[in-house]
Design a protein around this ligand. Structure first.
Ligand SMILES: Nc1nc2c(ncn2[C@@H]2O[C@H](COP(=O)(O)OP(=O)(O)OP(=O)(O)O)[C@@H](O)[C@H]2O)c(=O)[nH]1
Length: 369
């Protein structure tokens, strides 16, 4: 199983993605963050949509490293530009052509689908040696958030894949609506930390460092990264009054859950499970991350993927303290229910024939002709 050499892993730049619906407060948040001394060496990449770019004029950064990618949206047409821009910036940093920076922040357009951007940062063959995904931060407009979740699928998706949800304009919104909005987002994405944009002191520390790798301790922190236990709490909150939510148009298509398996899994089975899922429903796998207990090694294996692409698995030097050896994989999907994913795994574990298992997967995923 390929692993990044330690020095490469330690030298990669933490990269955060700030996303959120149009006008939800991304640039305002970015400005606030960039004023914090801990973020003074931050390079900013802003993706703007439209012929006249304005947002970058509104960003007051302490560095000169604001790069604008305009004329399209990085999530669709100009992903190559994002790769080129990030590589170019890092090259200039190496040659001392720009002030030194030790962190990257990408602000997306309000209509961006964050999944391909996350995927690019995590998986591009060159970028993955230079940067690592530190945090996906999504701004949520407290005034219009409920409406936007109902009307725009992008908002739901942006919230579903977030590591952090930042609530903006709270002071202008009706407190009951804010509470409802927060509850709704708790169901869409139970593991995301909910933060108010008015929080001052802690905001930098609370928004960043959401990755598996903890730069402070220089170790990996699987428990914080996975937040597996928050999915149990979310299920407990939701079940007694699930009927109240039928009117929610988009949330019901997005599912977040944690699949747990306590027997060691063969790597072949695991590979086939991911292959079936990506081949048949890759575009609906918004984010998958987990720790796997395999038959092949006594060490924990980390897997993560976005849509069709999974990173090569890597082993950790040890199991987290006090953790029992088990597979725990968090799935954020569109219209792929937990029992279906569990059943696909069970079929692969128990079936003697891979062809049969594939036929079962087709039926389970509703893809049979
Ligand atoms: N009162 C209040 N206004 C806010 C807050 N956050 C953002 N705004 C205002 O909301 C408007 C939109 O904020 P921006 O930061 O430009 O939002 P954005 O998400 O970057 O917008 P786009 O780039 O157009 O998608 C601006 O007028 C901000 O001043 C907040 O927490 N409270």
């Amino acid at each position: 199983m390929p692993q990044l050499p330690l020095e490469t892993a330690l030298n990669r730049l933490p990269t955060a993605i700030i996303t959120g619906f149009l006008g939800s407060g991304k640039t305002t948040l970015l400005n606030k963050l960039l004023r914090h001394p801990d973020l003074k060496n931050t390079a900013v990449v802003i993706n703007e949509f439209g012929t006249v770019s304005l947002d970058h004029l509104l960003v007051q950064t302490a560095t000169e490293d604001v790069v604008v990618i305009d004329g399209g949206c990085v999530c669709c047409t100009i992903r190559g530009d994002l790769i080129e821009t990030l590589q170019g910036l890092i090259q200039k940093r190496t040659h001392g052509e720009v002030p030194h920076f030790n962190r990257l922040v990408i602000e997306t357009t309000g209509l961006a689908d964050p999944a391909p951007i996350i995927h690019t940062v995590m998986n591009d063959a060159v970028l993955k040696n230079l940067v690592y995904l530190d945090s996906v931060i999504t701004t949520i407009d407290c005034i219009y958030g409920l409406q936007q979740l109902a009307d725009h699928y992008e908002t739901t998706k942006q919230a579903a894949v977030a590591d952090r949800l930042v609530f903006t304009k709270q002071e202008l919104a009706n407190p009951e609506q804010v509470a409802q909005l927060k509850q709704r987002l708790q169901r869409i994405n139970p593991a995301a930390l909910q933060v108010d944009s008015t929080e001052d002191e802690l905001i930098v520390h609370r928004l960043f460092h959401a990755s598996l790798y903890d730069p402070q301790t220089k170790t990996t922190d699987v428990q914080t990264w996975l937040q597996a236990e928050s999915y149990h709490q979310a299920t407990a909150i939701e079940s007694p009054h699930a009927h109240h939510h039928d009117s929610i148009r988009h949330d019901k298509y997005i599912q977040s859950y944690c699949i747990e398996y306590y027997e060691p899994l063969s790597w072949v089975v695991l590979n086939r499970w991911f292959q079936q899922l990506t081949a048949l429903r890759g575009k609906d796998l918004l984010r998958v991350k987990g720790i796997v207990y395999t038959k092949e090694t006594d060490l924990p294996v980390i897997v993560q993927g976005v849509q069709h692409i999974f990173q090569p698995p890597s082993t950790l030097p040890q199991w987290p303290p006090h953790a029992i050896k088990a597979t725990k994989i968090v799935f954020i999907t569109r219209n792929i229910q937990k029992p279906v994913v569990e059943k696909m795994l069970a079929v692969l574990v128990n079936s003697k024939s891979y062809v049969e298992a594939c036929q079962a997967a087709l039926i389970l995923l509703g893809c049979e002709s």
